[in-house]
Design a protein. Structure first.
Length: 256
């Protein structure tokens, strides 16, 4: 069985794939200074809760956009499993069906997303990842990663606003009844939820203008479902896109 681990800035998501489907998936909080021992306790308890996956795991693939945690995870995996993990990074990009122009300046989660989206569409596509950062990654008809946009994620924007103002509360991320907010909560929801759907749609419009073709659009990340109902371009949401991309990377490297 394959264990895929996606270490993001807010959440660490990991799942078990039995070569046919994802049989289990977990999401834990990212705490950048937790130690290898602490993560070992968490992994051991979750992975042995119903079925003993620790025994069954024979392949591991990891992406981390938190470099500090990669050390703790390497130590944890070394102690818990007997297989050597595949760590996604620039060294393996030449073996993938993707062209990565600037390998040292793109998050490994975006490489995994690109891998899964390109496998799914096989033509021009944009992945919108609603994580701590909101990212759009566009892949060409022939698998070249053409470029990335990075903006503050929805929760990141709200946190920054509430942290820097005296009177703004944190709000639920749902669309308000009207763009003309009649109270503080609706005003914030208007600015953040409706505003961000415009941001996403506008970036896709610009992409279409620049490339002369509308990309297929797929969304992922913890907050994808907030905007998918109101964005004019997001029709497909796949919460497992990053893990799926990691699985495809692992498969591709295995065949090499
Ligand atoms: N199932 C969920 N429902 C609602 N919010 C979620 C869910 N999962 C994650 N989140 C929130 O979505 C945000 C982005 O999560 P995620 O996509 O995992 O970010 P990252 O990849 O940066 O760690 C975080 O604030 C997280 O708390
Ligand atoms: C853009 C990101 C912060 C997104 O991270 P996330 O929101 O998924 O936690 C991450 O992909 C990243 O750190 N990218 C840049 C990495 C680099 O320049 O090497
Ligand atoms: K992510």
């Amino acid at each position: 069985m394959l264990l895929a681990i996606d270490i993001g800035n807010s959440n660490i998501v990991f799942g078990i794939h039995d070569s046919e489907k994802w049989v289990n998936e977990w999401r834990i909080l990212t705490v950048a200074d937790k130690t290898a021992d602490e993560y070992e306790v968490i992994f051991r308890s979750l992975l042995t809760n119903s079925i003993d996956y620790v025994e069954k795991v024979d392949r591991i693939v990891v992406s981390s956009v938190v470099p500090q945690l990669l050390r703790a995870f390497t130590e944890m995996m070394d102690s818990l499993f007997s297989v050597k993990p595949l760590i996604v990074g620039p060294e393996i990009y030449p073996m993938l069906p993707l062209k990565v122009l600037n390998p040292y300046e793109i998050g490994t989660d975006l490489i995994a997303n690109s891998m899964a989206a390109y496998k799914r569409f096989g033509s021009l596509c944009t992945v919108v990842d609603f994580g701590t950062a909101l990212t759009l990654t566009t892949i060409s008809d022939d698998g070249e990663i053409l470029g990335v946009s990075i903006a503050p994620g929805l929760k990141t924007a709200i946190k920054s606003l509430t942290g820097n103002t005296a009177q703004l509360p944190s709000v639920h991320l749902t669309p308000p009844p009207s763009v003309l907010g009649e109270n503080t909560v609706h005003a914030l929801q208007s600015g953040i939820v409706l505003g961000y759907s415009g941001l996403v749609d506008h970036l896709i419009d610009l992409t279409r203008n620049e490339l002369g073709k509308l990309p297929e659009v797929i969304a992922t990340g913890g907050l994808a479902n907030v905007l998918s109902p109101i964005s004019k371009y997001i029709r497909v949401v796949d919460q497992q896109l990053t893990l799926e991309g990691l699985r495809l990377i692992s498969e591709t490297i295995e065949l090499h």
